[in-house]
Design a protein around this ligand. Structure first.
Ligand SMILES: Cc1cc2nc3c(=O)[nH]c(=O)nc-3n(C[C@H](O)[C@H](O)[C@H](O)COP(=O)(O)OP(=O)(O)OC[C@H]3O[C@@H](n4cnc5c(N)ncnc54)[C@H](O)[C@@H]3O)c2cc1C
Length: 384
């Protein structure tokens, strides 16, 4: 069964995004400002709670609905990076949290009074090698004491809660690196001023990312998600959803870029004819379109498998890689087609070029996806 198209949801998102035109995104970008009004509008309309079960105040929609929402936001030229994490970080709490934790947090996340936007996994020295992370969470009576540093913790300044991966058992020679890690829900409102410091990092696009320092931050033991030491497995179980949702955003970016570029190529006249009449302009764009459509099919296939209860690690990774390649290529072709105007901020091409480039690296870099496929699909020896 193919996944549903969600035509009504797509229309509603398009309408909502119309209230946030290009000028809004340009200003946010210029000021490196968090698009707070946009996130509030999405929250108030209930879209960020789409995947939260109805029992906890959400809409209980499947992942494909989340993908449709995020794709449509990007297809409108907007950027969901300010809030997309809530859709996948919430899944870790939902799948592995206790009933008490779900009752305590999910209704607030669903109605927007609580924000779970921050996801603290990456560290300066571990990078893609998550098992090598050094942040520790030491049990102390009814608490864990957190010490260490996270890097690229996006939206930390605009979130109440952070899903944190930290080491609860020291790494020994006998142990797999990914063992002994645990997931904790950190209430940053309590931790700020009590050992938690957040420092913004300026990046080439507007992303509200930060580095976060933990200096003896006390987190109640009741905030441990699932079993101690099994955190890596819990994070891993949410990664398929994360990859698929990001892929959907890249498809949206590619659609926006291709449409804008085709429109410009029809209108821009040089040598007394539209530049779009030249095959040197047409062919790269037609190839972008074909690649975007192929990537879109892989996104649909990964959603189909995900919703059939399978574990589509290979398809989710490939969908993310192909969609990120499609949007990256579309951005490059757009910049070339717009000529000098592509570099001017008022055309929004250079902004999208910067924004979509991120997905070659985050949340997982292309090389790591290729390594995954080499090892787990093709059966080649692990390279690292
Ligand atoms: C804007 C932004 C936002 C982010 N938001 C978050 C967030 O909210 N939460 C979070 O936890 N993280 C976040 N990240 C981190 C992101 O997930 C990492 O940047 C990404 O996983 C790559 O890790 P790294 O930057 O340390 O690169 P490294 O691991 O240092 O890798 C550098 C390069 O080497 C390559 N490489 C490394 N090892 C191998 C290998 N074995 N084989 C082949 N190539 C290899 C990589 O592919 C990459 O190209 C964000 C990053 C950015 C830039």
């Amino acid at each position: 069964m193919p996944v549903e198209d969600y035509a009504e949801i797509r229309e509603a998102i398009t309408r909502l995004c119309a209230d946030f035109p290009a000028q809004y995104w340009r200003e946010c970008d210029n000021n490196r400002a968090y698009p707070a009004q946009f996130v509030t509008a999405l929250t108030e309309a209930g879209w960020l709670a789409a995947l939260i079960p109805e029992a906890y105040g959400g809409s209980g929609l499947p992942l494909s609905a989340g993908a449709a929402i995020l794709e449509e936001i990007h297809k409108a030229g907007a950027n969901a990076a300010a809030c997309h994490a809530q859709m996948y970080t919430m899944g870790t709490l939902l799948r592995h949290g206790s009933e008490q934790q779900k009752q305590k947090y999910l209704p607030g996340i669903a109605d927007g009074s609580l924000r779970l936007q921050a996801f603290g996994v990456t560290e300066p020295t571990s990078g893609s090698d998550t098992g090598a992370l050094r942040t520790t969470a030491k049990p102390d009576n009814e608490h864990y004491i957190i010490n260490g540093q996270k890097l690229w913790t996006s939206r930390a300044e605009h979130s109440d809660l952070m899903l944190l991966l930290a080491r609860t058992s020291p790494l020994t020679n006998q142990m797999k690196k990914t063992h002994g890690l645990s997931v904790l829900l950190v209430d940053m409102r309590e931790a700020m001023g009590n050992g938690l410091t957040i420092r913004p990092i300026k990046t080439m696009m507007n992303h509200s990312t930060t580095e976060v320092f933990f200096d003896n931050v006390r987190v109640p033991a009741a905030n441990l998600i699932g079993d101690e030491g099994k955190g890596f497995r819990y994070i891993l179980s949410g990664m398929n959803a994360e990859r698929i949702l990001i892929a959907a955003e890249c498809i949206g970016d590619a659609k926006w870029l291709i449409e804008k570029t085709a429109g410009y190529a029809k209108e821009r006249s040089v040598f007394n004819r539209p530049i779009g009449r030249n095959q040197g302009i047409q062919f790269p764009l037609a190839r972008c379109y074909a690649n975007m459509r192929a990537a879109e099919l892989m996104v649909a296939e990964s959603l189909r498998l995900y919703e059939a209860g399978e574990n589509p690690g290979a398809e989710a990774n490939m969908a993310k890689m192909l969609a990120a390649d499609a949007s990256n290529e579309a951005a490059n072709v757009a910049l070339q087609t717009f000529g000098g105007f592509g570099f001017a901020e008022e055309y929004d091409i250079e902004r999208k070029f910067r924004e979509t480039r991120l997905y070659q690296v985050a949340p997982v870099s292309t090389n790591l996806i290729l390594s995954y496929s080499s090892e787990h699909v093709l059966g080649l020896p692990r390279s690292y």
